[in-house]
Design a protein around this ligand. Structure first.
Ligand code: FAQ
Length: 318
């Protein structure tokens, strides 16, 4: 039996540190510190859960989309989110956790998923605001993750980001169509932007001073930029787009600081963020309940797939 000595571990750690310092990639079979593995499992599984729970606010509008074309586009988008969840679960499994364990953590309410998916979607304009703001925030956060030091995560993010770019444009286009419509449609678009703007800023996580994981994740090159830096980049991207749309970003304190060459944002309501994280957002209970039901309703599919796989395996072995 092989035993691991202190000398082995020190050499492994040195090899890992050298890879990180060289900005190279860590592959699943490479040695990695336990905390690095745990951090990745935490972030990647939360990310996967977000994609899966994130299907719900938009799926809510598939039957009520205003035209056949809008319905087809929305269905494709929601299916893309399912695909993102699946790549991310697969990538997370390379770290030694099973899909069943992750699913259990989610449906038992022990896992986090993005705060943003606990808000309701009362009008069609919310589909535009989600695409423009939520997918826009996702792109700003996730493009740097394409260079994440853990290779399977980075590879999954490349494809995901391409699809998110399409999602953001379709959201922008929904809002543009509404803004070129009637007075009532313009009001509907502005109200949806008012609803989603602040929650989309919260997607980037707590302020840097209050972000316990950032420093280590940045040293490990999992995260490349801090939460506040990405949040500011996102707002800088939104400002000219809001102007093109003719919508107002609902932050009277938003201003360009010429000296710092960056936007200064108004105060974010971090109490609201903490409430949503604690499970007390507008839709937390409903989202989890729906996920649990879907899991139970899907039991026969899992059983059938397992029986089929067993049959194939028996056939191949005969
Ligand atoms: N919601 O120390 P930090 C999408 C937690 S996908 C809930 O700063 P970290 C596509 C955090 O987990 C959206 N919890 O943590 C789509 C930690 O708690 P823990 C999802 C949050 O990890 C579009 C604690 O607060 N994207 O939108 C949130 O360094 C449309 C302290 O925070 C990703 O997951 C939050 N917003 O930075 C789908 C991207 N923020 O675990 C459908 C990958 C923070 O210690 C429709 N993730 N927390 O108990 C990341 O980049 C990072 O994990 C951050 C947080 C930036 C989210």
């Amino acid at each position: 039996m092989e035993t691991t000595t202190d000398a082995d571990t020190t050499a492994d750690q040195a090899a890992f540190d050298a890879l990180i310092a060289a900005d190279a990639r860590i592959e699943p079979r490479d040695w990695m510190p336990d905390d690095y593995r745990r951090t990745l499992i935490r972030q990647m599984s939360q990310h996967a859960h977000s994609e899966i729970i994130g299907m719900q606010p938009e799926a809510n509008w598939i039957t009520r989309a205003p035209s056949l074309q809008r319905k087809a586009i929305l269905m494709a988008k929601v299916q893309d989110e399912a695909g993102h969840g699946l790549y991310l679960y697969s990538a997370t499994q390379t770290l030694g956790i099973t899909r069943d364990e992750m699913t259990e953590q989610l449906i038992e309410g022990r896992a986090r998923y993005s705060s943003i998916f606990n808000y309701p979607t009362p009008t069609w304009a919310d589909m535009g605001a989600i695409g423009w703001l939520v997918d826009g925030a996702a792109i700003c956060n996730q493009v740097p993750l394409c260079r994440c030091s853990y290779a399977p995560y980075g590879r999954a993010m490349v494809r995901i980001c391409k699809e998110e770019s399409f999602h953001q444009r379709q959201g922008f286009e929904i809002l543009l169509t509404l803004m070129r419509g009637t007075e009532e449609q313009r009001r509907m678009a502005q109200e949806a932007v008012d609803r989603w703007y602040w929650p989309s800023l919260m997607m980037f996580g707590p302020p840097d001073d209050d972000s316990p994981n950032s420093a280590r994740s940045m040293a490990w090159r999992i995260k490349r930029f801090s939460n506040d830096e990405l949040r500011r980049r996102f707002v800088a991207m939104l400002v000219p787009q809001a102007e093109a749309l003719g919508v107002t970003l609902p932050d009277p304190d938003l201003r360009w600081d010429d000296e710092k060459q960056q936007y200064e944002l108004g105060e974010i309501d971090w109490t609201e963020f903490q409430e949503v994280l604690a499970g007390r957002g507008p839709c937390n209970a409903q989202r989890l309940q729906r996920r649990r039901e879907a899991h139970e309703e899907g039991a026969w599919v899992r059983e059938a797939a397992a029986a089929y796989a067993q049959k194939q395996h028996a056939g191949a072995a005969a």
